[in-house]
Design a protein around this ligand. Sequence first.
Ligand SMILES: C[S@@+](CC[C@H](N)C(=O)[O-])C[C@H]1O[C@@H](n2cnc3c(N)ncnc32)[C@H](O)[C@@H]1O
Length: 282
Amino acid sequence: MAQRERPRAHISKCLLTGKGSEPMALHKDMFDEIARYYDPIMAHVDYDRWFMVVTELSAMLEPGFRHLDAACGTGVLLKMLRRTGWRSMGIDLSHAMLRAAGKNGIAPPAAVADMRALPFAGAFDYVTCLFDSMNFLVALKDVQQALHAFYAVMAPNSLLYFDVVTERMVQDHYADDEWIEDNGRFTTTWRNHYDHKRKVIICDIRVNTGRACHLIERIYRREQLEHAATKAGFRLLHVCDAHAWRPPTKKTVRMDFLAVKGDPGPFRKQLKAICTRIRKRL
Ligand SMILES: C[S@@+](CC[C@H](N)C(=O)[O-])C[C@H]1O[C@@H](n2cnc3c(N)ncnc32)[C@H](O)[C@@H]1O
């Protein structure tokens, strides 16, 4: 979660109880402690960029497409899309995040669900999973399960768009670092630790003097994700630097992945013009 294209973490190595190189996922709601502060903490985050890219890409779909935002969090993007008339719904593992989505306005349609095992078989033409939500799946087998689950909820000739943060993001914005932010209403203390060997970021976030929320993310290589997507049945359409919409480089901090369920041919024909438009609008 890149507050990180700017700031953050104390280290709870005890949370990493997995065997070998696969850390074990936590079963508690990781976002419980900060869900109600999430939107103000992320106030500076550029959701307009995701909105722009998500809507530009939708030009490849037939009108009336049905959209799922997997790991929708507090529904910021979901609400922006629904305001423009999209038939979007969200799912998220965190009750607390979905409760927060309903505060200060109309709650978007959203359900508590695990993106590794989704209901709604064949129901969606467009699935998004953004703001490094895939990094929160802390074992490669979880990523594989999620990609299988996305494939299962998607209709034929549908589009998947997800992003991940890279190790470069960790080097540039986390490392082993600690800082405090004060937005005038509350203070947020961030303590980060990166376990280089396991490629796991542990981020403790504490609001005022409350309990710390322990967030764990894992860094995946491009090839791992491409392989997992292909194994799930997807045809890869495009992988790029999320901020440049050009091929990823050593400086890439976030990667965007586009994959198709079905024949990628018709998508490929339209993609070049869409990439040009996205680059102009970034
Ligand atoms: C950094 S937040 C991003 C939320 C939202 N996409 C946004 O842009 O604000 C990551 C989200 O992933 C959700 N998440 C983590 N693991 C999940 C899982 N297995 N299934 C569904 N959601 C999950 C968390 O609950 C959290 O809301």
